[in-house]
Write a protein that binds this ligand. Structure first.
Ligand code: C2O
Length: 306
């Protein structure tokens, strides 16, 4: 059976690292959950640009949107505080699986990693767009898989090593859904059954790198509970999400799972209208149905004959 996370009333104190400031990362409670519906295809297409190519006007708009989000009261599910704590709630044991009260729900290290984070960004983006009153607003992606021109021999070597890693994690090491997307994770399973190749590398190391070494737990980016506090988290995950869209076009057995336990796995999020919605993995699979795309980029780690 699929994992579900629908019982908000049972959200509890997360298991934070010992030296972390106590934080309640559960979202505001409500009794009403509605089922998510895909937006009508007539919605304005949101095009997520590469952060390094976005112009000043775009960056200003993005900052304004974040400001608006930060100025909402903390108990508003659309506030930055609540949005950034979603990561903590879903990653540090605040939710237990419905029907399995002793079993933590964990959105990393398994096949729900990609769909969960896709929805997370989707609602984050829709909320920002609503606050700006701009339905075309799209978040930026951090194009970390595309190196700048090397300035010396060492950089040249590093660049080639990095591109080799990207090729390995996505193409040669991602020949099947289990390898790329992660191991199956079903109702009642203990978490952390195995991450997919991209979640392991470079997703994980990028988190650690962005964390602050002077903080006890590499806050913000280097720890689950605090990663969402840093706006770069959303740019990092947009790139992870973009690479999922690329992987599916590579052919062979590089397709999404067809297993109903995956397709029907469920999460809950507050949407841009402050309604709690339940979403299923199957609704996340085609990003175009969520009416967004990524700016087209050259993919430097892609072999020419693929
Ligand atoms: Cu939920 Cu990048 O981790």
């Amino acid at each position: 059976a699929p994992v579900t996370a629908l019982d908000l009333s049972k959200c509890r104190v997360a298991d934070l690292p010992a030296s972390a400031k106590p934080t309640n990362c559960c979202p505001p409670k409500t009794n009403k959950i509605i089922e998510f519906k895909l937006p009508p295809p007539s919605n304005i297409l949101r095009v997520r640009p590469a952060a390094h190519l976005a112009n000043e006007e775009y960056i200003a708009k993005f900052s304004k949107a974040l400001q608006l989000m930060k100025s909402l009261p903390d108990d508003d599910p659309r506030s930055f505080k609540q949005q950034s704590n979603i990561h903590c709630a879903y990653c540090d044991g605040a939710y237990h699986q419905v029907g399995f009260p002793g079993t933590e729900l964990q959105v990393h290290d398994s096949w729900i990693f990609f769909p969960f984070h896709r929805f997370y960004l989707y609602f984050f983006e829709k909320i920002l767009g609503t606050l700006l009153d701009d339905p075309a607003f799209a978040i930026l992606f951090w194009n970390w898989d595309s190196p700048t021109d090397p300035k010396n021999v060492d950089e040249e070597k590093q660049k080639s090593r990095n591109l080799t890693i990207m090729y390995r994690q996505v193409v040669s090491g991602g020949k099947m859904p289990r390898l790329f997307l992660g191991s199956s994770y079903c109702a009642g399973d203990d978490p952390d059954l195995g991450a997919g190749s991209l979640e392991n590398i470079p997703h994980g190391p990028v988190h650690i790198c962005c964390g602050d070494r002077t903080q006890p737990n590499l806050e913000d980016m280097g720890n689950f509970y605090s990663a969402g506090w840093d706006p770069i988290f959303y740019g990092h995950h947009a790139n992870v999400d973009r690479i999922w869209t690329v992987w599916k076009t590579l052919g062979g057995k590089r397709n999404d799972f067809k297993d109903p336990d995956w397709l029907n796995s469920e999460f809950i999020f507050y949407d841009e209208n402050v309604q709690l919605v339940s979403v299923k993995v199957k609704e996340s699979l085609d990003h175009r149905k969520l009416v967004y795309v990524y700016q087209d980029m050259q993919i430097p780690w892609m072999p020419i004959d693929l």
